[in-house]
Design a binder for this molecule. Structure first.
Ligand SMILES: Cc1ncc(COP(=O)(O)O)c(C=O)c1O
Length: 425
């Protein structure tokens, strides 16, 4: 009998299950209202138009679409992506663009490219769990930086202090990982000043920034802010920002296609890293996407998606205001884009325990806040998704969530009274 543990590599032994993916398995029963996943609204998928585009691929490019393709990506799709980015003020050459099998692959490729065991990556506390998984699977460490109370980016003093301390302790920081637009999990959006400050910090210390932007186009209120990639491009243009984009939240996550924008030196290395992973991203899907993009209809889909999510976000925020208990401080973010908001509860409520009660008693699910920390997790927070459920279901789900939290407050208050009651009473 092979003792698998003795043959797994050190990296494999380091790999941890995603709490979210495990939790999602629990929440597939139809009676559960799930705010847990990061699923886009299925009604935003342009099924009929995608079917037409797939037919065009079969009619016009069948043999090419069914063949292997280049690792760099299909030229028709790259041409469409260049136009798409140009409309947003990013000028892009083909050698600065790499098509990938969605952003999760990009996160793994970037980690593979830069990280040796023991290296550090700077990231926010909290941050996207899939990025934590990718970094940890290369036996690297994360230097966690808190956000400001205004939630407009990193606490820059904390960043300077932690960075200096890490260097002093002999640690090597390889890159900074950030999600400036409607971050997963909390929906924070970085201000222009904070984006510039981070770029200056990266210049000062010769660090690369990995800017993960799956939600960038999903802004449903407020003013557009340039990406860090754009700020570098229009400023010193040092080419040290790597920008990760994906079709997952603007069109469909099932297609599994994304793109990386970076300097040609970095793209050439990433191409080699990708070759060992999958040779190339599905050629059929790339051709399909190119045909679909040529129709120009993606812009309407993005517009409709933003309208859909604005309504749902507003319903969720209004329901939280209506139903959440008021006698303790319960706070939630009010994001201007993306798919999630983040609820902070009183410290005595542990959402790792609350989730089981929520699913079993009230049939409502969320993601525990602790999943988004790599060390010293906060246990009194949760991430809830507003993109997937209908407005009516959101209303019912928030009512259920409020009931679970109310029960927890009542139990705490009763316990507290019993403890503080004078003897004999
Ligand atoms: C911040 C962030 N990065 C990357 C991903 C992965 O997305 P993709 O579907 O493109 O692999 C997600 C998915 O939710 C995400 O939230």
């Amino acid at each position: 009998m092979v003792d698998f543990d003795s043959v797994f590599s050190a990296n494999a032994r380091n790999m941890k299950k995603s709490v979210i993916r495990e939790l999602l398995k629990l929440t597939v029963q139809p009676e559960i209202i799930s705010f847990a996943g990061g699923l886009p609204a299925p009604e935003t998928f342009p099924v009929a138009d995608l079917k037409v585009a797939a037919d065009v691929v079969f009619d016009k490019h069948a043999t090419k679409a069914l063949q292997y393709g280049t690792t760099e990506g299909d030229n028709d799709l790259k041409a469409e992506l260049i136009k798409f980015e140009e409309r947003q003020g990013v000028s892009l050459k083909s050698e600065n663009l790499l098509v990938v099998s969605a952003s999760q692959q990009a996160l793994d490729m970037v980690a593979k490219l830069f990280l040796d065991p023991g290296d550090y990556v700077i990231a926010g506390r909290p941050t996207y769990v899939g990025a934590i998984q990718a970094i940890q699977s290369y036996s690297a460490k994360i230097l966690g930086i808190p956000f400001t109370p205004e939630q407009d980016g990193f606490d820059m003093d904390a960043l300077e202090r932690s960075y200096a301390k890490t260097l002093h302790g002999g640690g090597k920081v390889k890159y900074i990982y950030v999600i400036p637009d409607f971050q997963n999990p909390a929906g924070f959006c970085w201000s222009l000043a904070k984006r510039k400050a981070l770029l200056d910090f990266s210049y000062k210390h010769d660090l690369i920034i990995v800017e993960d932007s799956p939600y960038r186009e999903i802004r449903f209120m407020g003013e557009h802010i340039p990406s860090i990639y754009q700020i570098d491009q229009h400023g010193e243009n040092r080419g040290t920002v790597i920008n990760l984009k994906t079709f997952s939240k603007i069109l469909s996550p099932g297609l599994r296609v994304g793109w990386i924008m970076a300097s040609d030196t970095i793209i050439s290395k990433l191409v080699i890293a990708k070759q060992a992973m999958d040779l190339c991203t599905s050629v059929f899907t790339q051709k399909w996407l190119a045909e679909y993009m040529k129709t120009g209809k993606l812009y309407d889909v993005i517009k409709n998606t933003c309208e859909n999510y604005r309504e749902k976000r507003n319903v969720m925020v209004a329901c939280l205001e209506e139903f959440m208990p008021k006698r303790w401080e319960i706070k939630w973010t009010k994001p201007e884009g993306g798919l999630f908001l983040w609820i902070s509860l009183p410290k005595f409520i542990n959402t790792d325990e609350l989730i089981l009660k929520a699913v079993q008693k009230e049939k409502v699910a969320f993601v525990v806040g602790s999943a988004f920390y790599f060390d010293q997790p906060e246990h009194n927070a949760m991430r809830i998704n507003f993109s997937y459920c209908s407005p009516d279901t959101i209303r019912e789900g928030v009512k259920r969530l409020a009931r679970v939290i109310e029960a927890e407050l009542v139990a705490y208050e009763a316990g507290h009274r019993a403890q503080t009651a004078p003897e004999g009473v």
